[in-house]
Design a protein around this ligand. Sequence first.
Ligand code: 5AD
Ligand code: SF4
Length: 479
Amino acid sequence: MADTETQRHKKLYIETVGCQMNVLDSELVVGKLRGEGYELTDDIRQADTILYNTCSVRQHAEDKIYSALGRIRRLKERRPELSIGVLGCMAQKDQDLILKRAPFVDVIVGPGQLGRVTELLDKAKAEQKPQMAVSLERTAGSRDHVTASFAEYDPLREPAMRPNAFQAFVRIMMGCDKFCTYCVVPSVRGPEQSRPAEVIVAEARQLADQGVKEITLLGQTVNSYKFQETDGRVTRLSDLLLRLHDIDGIARIKFITNFPNDMTDDLLQAVRDLPKVSRYLHVPAQSGCDEILKRMKRMYTAALYDDMLARIHATIPDASVSSDFIVGFCGETEESFEKSVRLVERARFKNSFIFKYSPRQGTKADLLFNDDVPEEVKKRRNNDLLALQSTISREDNRRLLGKTFEVLVEGPSKSAGSVEGQDGRGLGQLAGRTWCDRIVVFDGHERLIGRFVPVTIEDASSVTLFGRVLTTETISPGA
Ligand code: 5AD
Ligand code: SF4
């Protein structure tokens, strides 16, 4: 019986919360586990191994995981052979607390140790006790060692884990050195480190060979990317974009998320001059009030952020810019909040992600300041800023009516469900994105998925453009 048990494929269920970095981490973990004979299931009841890849950026993300763990407690009681793992940022931040609240968890693995998940699962089973790996140690003196540690961190890519065959994330850096006072990321993801350019280019080539057309470069502050080559030359993000641009098959390149102070002219010029690079920049402002920005330790003022926006628009006239804001940060008065409102009005972002401040244990803000804005006030400011942003987005989207954009078709529109639509011949609503990252929904045949098509915009809401495909011909990438 033991033989059939070990020979049978182990079934893995994985749930991911948080940012794109986590989505990529999950892809890599699944890739590794598949190599060890696991297969994926999306039915948690069928699984032998259940993994949660977690986020710590706000309390809400953590609460979600604790409730999920609460729900599977009974499953584990009924099937003690079930392996359960908590991975990622929460594992890093709250290792002991997780074991206390969910003692049935088998492995707790931080973001720097994800390559060891299989080994730890096996060890937990063999020793019948929970295993923890939370070291963020990855640097070493020699360049080869650095390359090797990155290779271990970003192992072979797993096409089956991606939402589709033609889009992929590529990590170009890890960690963060900015230490914004509210943010837990530097302590859970460790110091900023850029991957060697040659390793990134090799990975992008491999992805292109697998049929990937669009890559999104990932970093907490992706535009701070800097890698010093052995001859002393420094590769900046603009240089890296140029090298990636040369790869046949890669038709579109995006990069997220940017830090305002590192939005250099060479980068803006690269975005302007390289036709494969999306003219979309996500550059979180966080607040429009200088006192709050200072307390957040963002290292710029609202005026400097304005200057940066002006440089973006002067260099790349059709660029779209999006932002993040935190409302209700410690000490935020109505007057300071109004300054964020003014910034949103001035900047006319494509969209903004707006968050209520959530105190994170161990951060400077949590230690030094009072979380003194009441929850109802945070909620109201969140709603007000969101409403303003929606009005602006809708107005700007409606200015695009009648225009035609090249869209990379990503798949069936989420609202439409299956593309196996009305007539059962693969016709239905599709969704894709323009070169400025605007979402476009239109009727079309499923064979358009993964292709670039021209779409004329006929209607628009604050988040979506609705259009009609001009022709079903594929236009050449980058046109
Ligand atoms: N509370 C609320 N929002 C936060 N963010 C980061 N830390 C916090 C926090 N403690 C937001 C920032 C960041 C985005 C990823 O999450 O806006 O840009
Ligand atoms: Fe957090 Fe600031 Fe680093 Fe972004 S730049 S990950 S907000 S510390």
